[in-house]
Design a binder for this molecule. Structure first.
Ligand SMILES: Nc1nc2c(ncn2[C@@H]2O[C@H](COP(=O)(O)OP(=O)(O)O)[C@@H](O)[C@H]2O)c(=O)[nH]1
Ligand SMILES: [Mg+2]
Length: 193
């Protein structure tokens, strides 16, 4: 799959804002700062597309990006950032869950996990949630450029062991672009599934 043109389409801050569209879509989830926006920019070859922030907890909306007029990539607000007030965290949760539950155009999820940190409690919850709702997902291990060679050994196994699942893990770096082709391949599979 080639990606040529990615355009920002809409930001949804409340469930009512979520657009109903004729396009299939694949979404990214993961904790704040895990590298969701960077991944989107890497796929799109456009570093101005989604705002990358060193300050976690910035994306408060579900952001829809239209790819080559054919499908959506969806950037969900990051979860699990403690400094965000509880009330705001609850609002995000409701927004994300409402989206994931009622979206028949959603063909799959990339669950992003920081390869240095491994799956957190919240990631495990999210994975259980996706399995409960029968949403296909793959795990993307982000920021692998930061790992030492020894840390790279057995990365996939370690992540899956903690998650307690048996799905594909794609090691990824938006810095070196490692894993981009694998992601695109997976994306095509999910969209056609
Ligand atoms: N070294 C490295 N840093 C990354 C990578 N991806 C993201 N970052 C950095 O991690 C921080 C959070 O990235 P961002 O994409 O905004 O994460 P988001 O909150 O999940 O959207 C930023 O400072 C990025 O520059 C990566 O693959 N390698
Ligand atoms: Mg972001």
């Amino acid at each position: 799959m080639k990606i040529k043109n990615v355009k920002f389409y809409k930001a949804a801050y409340v469930p009512e804002d979520i657009p109903s569209t004729p396009y299939n879509e694949v979404a990214f989830v993961g904790r704040s700062n895990v590298g969701k926006s960077s991944l989107l920019n890497t796929l799109a070859n456009n570093f101005k597309l989604a705002r990358v922030s060193s300050e976690p907890g910035k994306t408060r909306s579900i952001n829809f990006y239209l790819v080559d007029g054919k499908f959506f990539l969806v950037d969900l607000p990051g979860y699990g950032f403690a400094k965000v007030p509880l009330k705001e965290q609850r609002r995000w949760r409701e927004l994300i869950e409402g989206y994931l539950k009622g979206r028949d155009r959603l063909k799959g999820i990339f669950l992003l996990v920081d390869s240095r940190v491994g799956p957190t409690e919240k990631d495990i919850q999210m994975k259980e949630w996706l399995e409960f709702y029968g949403i296909p997902y793959v795990v993307v291990a982000t920021k692998v450029d930061k790992l030492k060679r020894s840390e790279r050994q057995g990365l996939e196994k370690r992540i899956l062991g903690k998650l307690g699942s048996d799905v594909d893990v794609i090691p990824f770096s938006s810095k070196t672009r490692e894993g981009r082709d694998k992601l695109l391949k997976k994306l095509r599979e999910l969209l056609s599934g």
